[in-house]
Each structure stands twice: as structure tokens, then as C-alpha cells.
Design a protein around this ligand. Structure first.
Ligand code: GTP
Ligand code: MG
Length: 197
């Protein structure tokens, strides 16, 4: 499924111009610069399918990718701080929230959390929105290569603790690194299960 030939489908600045629904959609959400676009590239094995940058605020539209009819991957702009005009950030944040709340074929949202920073109040807001809209989600701890192996159990425990406090069903947590490929077999398997359900 992931070895297939991934295509760019479209870029949507607002929910009025989303592409037609097809198969299951899997969306990547998270704060600006957390590594969403890098994760698209690592998942698909394509170095530059999604555009990445050291500057937060690189992705400014919902970007749709597809390899086969059953699965669409959606790279999203980030929420929280970004190096972009305030009105632009507000507009894309509205788009993210409306998309997450209303997209009927959204099979799962992977909420990306920088392993060095943990779950912040802006992340909790998105988790609240997903809980309220009854959208299934999982947590991806990104950039785990930046956390010393001895400190990783603590990082994971803190994320689990914050997640357990929430009322909704306990979501999976995937520690990953787009640089080393750690965690990607597990992530790919979870997505494949979703498509075959
Ligand atoms: P926006 O589109 O601006 O919201 O950012 P994004 O979440 O798409 O992040 P992006 O993939 O552009 O990556 C941001 C920065 O983090 C880049 O400099 C990446 O090289 C770096 N990065 C992403 N994933 C990893 C990782 O697993 N490990 C390390 N060390 N750096 C990473
Ligand atoms: Mg991006």
C-alpha cells in the first residue's frame, strides 16, 4: 500500500474547495513545525512529496495525497505559533477545525506531538474537538531521535498520563522519527488496518 505511486491530488485553502471524498482519509494534525509533512514523506518513502521547512508555517493548505482509491493522506497546516501573518494563521486554523469536525470519510486523525515538548494546551483543544465530534484519533510522538533513549520512557509515560485523563477511548501512542524511520512499521500497520476494516 505504501510502496505504491503516491500522487498529489489537491490543495484546499478552505473547506469549500475540498476534493471529492474517496475511500478513507487519514489526516495529520499538530502544531506548526512538529513534523507533519516530514511524516508524509517518511510514510510514503518519497523525500519531497510534501514540502517541509525549518520555519513553522510552511504548509498553509490541506494537501491531499493518494496512491490508490482506498486511502487518502491529508497533510495539514499547523496550529499554534507560526511565522506567517496572523489573519492567515487564523484562517487556516478555522479550516483545520472545520475539516476535522465535518469530514465524513475521515477514518483517523494522527495528532502529532513533538516528543521534546509533550502535549500542550493547544493540542488538548484539538483533542477536545475530536472527542466532541467522535472522530477517532491516535497520538504520534515525533522527533524521538532528539530525546535520549534513557529519557524516552518518561516522555511516553507523560503523554500516556495526559491522554488517560481524557474521557474518550484510550488512543494508541506511536513514538516515531522521520529521520531514522523508527515507529514507521507500526504506523503503516495501523493505517493498513484502518483501510481493510
Ligand atoms: P508546518 O507545515 O510548518 O506546520 O510544519 P510541519 O509540521 O509540516 O513540519 P515539517 O515536516 O516541515 O518539519 C519541521 C522541521 O522538523 C524540519 O526542519 C524537519 O526536518 C524537522 N523534522 C521533522 N521530523 C523530524 C524527525 O523525526 N527528527 C528530527 N530530528 N527532525 C525532524
Ligand atoms: Mg507542513
Amino acid at each position: 500500500m505504501f510502496a505504491a505511486d503516491w500522487q498529489f491530488i489537491s490543495a484546499a485553502p478552505t473547506i469549500e474547495v475540498l476534493p471529492p471524498m474517496q475511500g478513507v482519509e487519514v489526516a495529520l494534525a499538530g502544531r506548526s513545525n512538529v513534523g507533519k509533512s516530514s511524516l508524509v514523506n517518511a510514510l510514503t518513502g518519497r523525500k519531497a512529496l510534501a514540502r517541509t521547512s525549518v520555519t513553522p508555517g510552511r504548509t498553509q493548505e490541506l494537501i491531499f495525497f493518494r496512491a490508490q482509491p482506498e486511502l487518502t493522506l491529508v497533510d495539514m497546516p499547523g496550529y499554534g505559533f507560526a511565522k506567517a501573518p496572523k489573519d492567515k494563521v487564523e484562517a487556516w486554523t478555522r479550516t483545520i477545525r472545520a475539516y476535522l469536525r465535518g469530514r465524513v470519510n475521515l477514518g483517523r486523525v494522527f495528532v502529532l506531538i513533538d516528543a521534546r515538548h509533550g502535549i500542550k494546551p493547544v493540542d488538548e483543544e484539538i483533542l477536545d474537538l475530536l472527542d466532541k465530534a467522535a472522530v477517532s484519533y491516535a497520538i504520534v510522538l515525533t522527533k524521538i531521535d532528539q530525546v535520549k533513549p534513557t529519557a524516552q520512557p518518561q516522555v511516553l509515560a507523560e503523554a500516556q498520563e495526559k491522554i488517560r485523563r481524557r474521557a474518550a477511548a484510550y488512543p494508541e501512542i506511536f513514538p516515531t522519527s522521520s529521520n531514522t524511520g523508527e515507529g514507521f512499521p507500526e504506523l503503516r500497520a495501523a493505517i493498513a488496518r484502518l483501510v481493510s476494516e
